[in-house]
Design a protein. Structure first.
Length: 534
């Protein structure tokens, strides 16, 4: 079984190729993921560096780890926030340590200093960023945020400052990073908050006094900054990707449409240049474009010009042969006439008779070739008139019954008059060819001639009983010098010129001629359709 062929236009094929660009969003997602990993690593390294710097300032200072509650109030009064002192600096805190890390409170990180027992010596900063006034946005930015920004908000995790701060609620940090730092190892950790609305990144560094770990510095920060940067990068990147896809799709669609229109114009020009019978009606306009389609149109124009020259040579060949053969035929005829009056033996006279029969057949061929050639040349000069086709056919049928007495020609004249525009003499000549063809190939001389109107057309058909038509391409019977049914032995020659003349006259009247086997399979039927006169 043959697999069905999928027909795709050039536009559809180019759009199918465009699906390759759908890999761009995937590459964008991978790029944003890699960017997020880089930002996370950079954040962890920054926090670790901050923790190391603070721990370095606290190394080998044992007196800082001695609890001095009496200094808490003096430190709070110096800060001018005595009411907040117990919340900002725990009772067991070291004011000196708090003073050291106080300068770091303006960062986005929160810093803890604890001793080995987990007692908080100092704390600075907060995890929640202070509210900021939104920057002024242009109309395009506001429109983008209101449309495609809403889609991004549904797809991407958005940073929020509304989360539960577990360490602040408990009053002390805790976790794997603190345990690692108290064990003497710089440790980083990333953990979600208890409500899952934020991620806390922390780094803990040990504080050494001699060879002993006396405490740890814990630096914490949320992942909101990284998340916000990732979202901004994602939105910018995908805005660019969407713009590229949109512009690329429109450009490829426009290019495919332009390319398809050029190919369709070339196809239409080629179809208009050649009629249904394969004749060249007009030269093909070649393109001056330097691409492959331009080369193809110029090749088509060149091929069509050569075909036109060859077809013109073939069309004129019949007239030339008729003209060139008349003189030698006349010589042969006069010689045979002279021989017929001479005393010849009986066996020689038989050959002379055969020669005369062959000469008669050759004369018939030349007559028909001349008739077809003259008809082609004279059609342009024929004057048109409006006439009743039924009356012309009825008169012709009466003459055929006398010319072919052995044939049984049936014709039922329609009750209404059927008018067409054209030449009644040409219609009569066309009907002569159809009836002569039916008489020659008919069986038992049974011939039906019919005439009717269907819509805006008048149909004239001639049907005969006899051998069916062979399976050939439609319309080939009406080509010049084409014959598909052999006649009786010794009958008139068959060049196919009779049906060729039928086609020429039908085209002159704006109609068509077609041939088909009868539905009962007992013969053939030839039909001529002509437009009815208004």
């Amino acid at each position: 079984m043959r697999r069905p062929r999928i027909a795709l236009s050039i536009r559809a094929q180019l759009l199918l190729v465009l699906t390759v660009f759908l890999a761009l969003p995937w590459l964008g997602v991978e790029y944003v993921r890699e960017l997020e990993r880089v930002l996370r690593d950079a954040q962890e390294r920054t926090l670790a560096g901050t923790a190391q710097a603070v721990a370095t300032a606290l190394h080998d200072r044992p007196r800082l780890f001695a609890a001095r509650p009496d200094a808490i109030a003096a430190f709070a009064r110096e800060r001018g926030d005595e009411a907040k002192g117990t919340d900002r600096v725990p009772p067991s805190a070291s004011p000196e340590v708090a003073q050291i890390i106080d300068g770091l409170s303006r960062t986005t990180a929160r810093i803890w200093v604890i001793d080995r027992d987990g007692t908080v010596l100092a704390r600075a900063g907060t995890l929640k960023a202070p509210p900021e006034k939104p920057p002024a946005e242009s109309f395009g930015a506001r429109a983008s945020r209101a449309t495609i920004g809403r889609l991004y908000a549904l797809v991407l995790d958005q940073p929020t400052e509304d989360f539960t701060d577990d360490a602040a609620a408990n009053g002390t940090p805790g976790g794997r990073d603190v345990e690692g730092a108290l064990a003497g190892i710089l440790t980083t950790e990333r953990r979600p908050t208890s409500d899952g609305r934020a991620v806390v990144v922390s780094a803990a560094h040990p504080i050494w006094v001699g060879d002993t770990v006396k405490g740890a510095v814990v630096v914490e920060e949320t992942g909101n900054a990284v998340l916000a940067q990732r979202n901004r990068a994602f939105e910018r990147l995908f805005n660019i990707v969407l713009a590229v896809l949109l512009v690329g799709s429109l450009a490829l669609t426009a290019y495919a449409s332009w390319l398809s229109s050029r190919i369709r114009r070339l196809r239409d020009d080629a179809e208009r240049a050649i009629d249904e019978q394969g004749r060249v009606r007009a030269p093909l306009a070649s393109s001056n474009a330097g691409d492959e389609i331009g080369d193809l149109s110029r090749s088509f124009a060149s091929v069509l010009a050569r075909l036109s020259d060859y077809a013109s040579y073939q069309e004129k060949m019949a007239g030339r042969l008729s003209h060139e053969l008349r003189t030698p035929i006349a010589v042969v005829r006069s010689s045979l006439d002279n021989l017929s009056h001479a005393a010849l033996p009986d066996d020689a006279r038989v050959y002379m008779v055969r020669a005369q029969e062959g000469l008669a057949r050759l004369t018939t061929i030349l007559t028909r070739m001349t008739e077809a050639a003259r008809l082609e040349q004279s059609l342009s000069d024929v004057e048109r008139e409006r006439f009743d086709l039924a009356a012309v056919v009825a008169g012709c049928v009466d003459g055929y019954r006398q010319a072919y007495p052995a044939a049984r020609i049936a014709f039922a004249r329609p009750a209404t008059r059927l008018f067409v525009d054209g030449a009644p003499d040409l219609v009569a000549q066309m009907l002569d060819k159809l009836v002569a063809n039916a008489v020659e190939f008919g069986k038992d001389g049974a011939i039906d001639v019919g005439l009717s109107r269907e819509g805006d057309e008048v149909l004239l058909w001639v049907s005969n009983e006899g051998p069916p038509l062979p399976a050939i391409q439609a319309g080939r019977l009406f080509d010049s010098l084409v014959s598909v049914r052999g006649g009786a032995e010794g009958g008139e020659p068959h060049l196919g010129l009779g049906l060729y003349i039928v086609r020429l006259i039908a085209q002159f009247h704006g109609g068509t001629a077609r041939a088909a086997n009868r539905r009962d399979g007992r013969g053939a039927e030839f039909t001529v359709a002509m437009p009815a006169a208004s």
